[in-house]
Design a protein around this ligand. Structure first.
Ligand code: KG4
Ligand code: ZN
Length: 333
């Protein structure tokens, strides 16, 4: 039995978890800063770093306590070292290095995006099989990847402008819904008509696996302005539903097509936007293969996913040394 302690501080959640054998959560504690950033309508990096500093020790203690674990029970420490906000990453990485040194535990630097993918096998799912297509859609990234084995990724496509989650957040702000926008748009969309507005889908040039959401965002803005100039009330639910339908259409089409083209046996959704049930059901309808998606609470940032990714690297004999540094722009491949 192998127990990994995971630490995640790349953005606005201070999170610590303990995971057994890469798939069983023993504790998963998240100190969210959502309330802190909501009043600014987005994450304020300086505030995020300070909040991580305040929260990291109590979060760590709670994770150990809830798992009823002490240091002798832990085999290694896995920490997100990128991508993310530099000042935020520094808190987690330095705490992890300090603990690894003081407690003489192996250290593993983990890519946050890889972590999102491994959230798919937490809580009982059978272990990963390859090749698999991963659609990683979060507040900072929209990556389409092909994984041939643990830790071996080829990035097929990425966003050329806004990330999918960022588009949700910006459109939510236009509609006066608040932050973070994804769940609020999804909620509004439930009672809206997705066909009322035919917003653009950016398929890009033939054969491209990249994404682009800025044209869609601008189209929503023009529509919102047209209502405002006419002095009409905003049909928020219809706008939300039509916007969501456009994002989901492009994500689902490209991901399911890539799975066929690259002969993947599974399609794994990952990242905060994967919490969107409309995305999941659309992908399931269109895919001719098994679709994996973590439960919503494991789609958004957490440390269990970092510990899970850490387990498979630990099992493969990988170790990071104490020179491990933050890499704010770290790509998945
Ligand atoms: O993965 P995550 O928690 O943090 C990053 O690594 O960025 O993703 C956060 C993003 C936010 O943009 C949020 O609006 C979006 O995920 N999100 C959603 C939903 N829940 C969270 N987007 C669409 N539908 C949702 N239900
Ligand atoms: Zn994330």
């Amino acid at each position: 039995m192998t127990r990994i302690l995971g630490i995640e501080t790349s953005c606005d959640e201070t999170a610590v978890a303990i995971v057994r054998d890469g798939v069983s959560i023993e504790s998963n504690v998240i100190a969210s800063q959502t309330d802190l950033h909501a009043r600014y309508g987005g994450v304020v990096p300086e505030q995020a770093s300070r909040a991580h500093l305040r929260a990291i020790v109590p979060t760590l203690e709670e994770a150990l306590e809830r798992a009823r674990a002490d240091w002798d029970d832990l085999d290694a420490i896995a920490v997100t070292h990128g991508p993310g906000l530099a000042g935020a990453l520094l808190v987690g990485v330095n705490v992890a290095k300090g603990l690894a040194f003081a407690r003489r535990k192996p250290l593993l630097g983990i890519n946050h995006l890889e972590g999102h993918v491994y959230a798919n096998w937490l809580d009982g799912s059978p272990e990963p099989t390859f090749p698999l297509i991963g659609l990683i859609v979060s507040g900072g990234h929209s990556d389409l990847v092909l994984a041939d084995a643990h830790g071996q990724y080829r990035r097929l496509g990425r966003t050329r402008d806004d990330a999918a989650g960022e588009a949700f957040d910006k459109v939510a702000r236009m509609l006066g819904l608040g932050f973070p926008g994804g769940p609020l748009i999804e909620g509004e969309a439930l009672s809206g008509d997705p066909d009322r507005f035919r917003f653009p889908r950016a398929w890009l040039e033939d054969g491209s696996w990249d994404f682009s959401f800025s044209g869609l965002k601008t189209a929503v803005l023009h529509q919102v302005r047209a209502f405002e100039e006419a002095g009409d009330a905003l049909p928020v639910a219809d706008l939300a539903a039509s916007f969501q339908a456009a994002v989901v259409d492009v994500l689902a089409t490209k991901a399911t097509r890539a799975a066929v083209v690259f002969g993947a046996s599974r399609l794994a959704l990952a990242g905060g936007v994967a919490a969107n049930r409309s995305l999941l059901t659309t992908v399931q309808e269109r895919a001719q293969l098994e679709v994996l998606c973590p439960p919503p609470r494991l789609c958004t940032d957490n440390a269990a996913m970092i510990a899970a990714a850490g387990f498979f690297r630990y099992a493969a004999g990988e170790r990071s040394d104490l020179a491990l540094d933050v890499e704010p722009g770290l790509p998945i491949a």
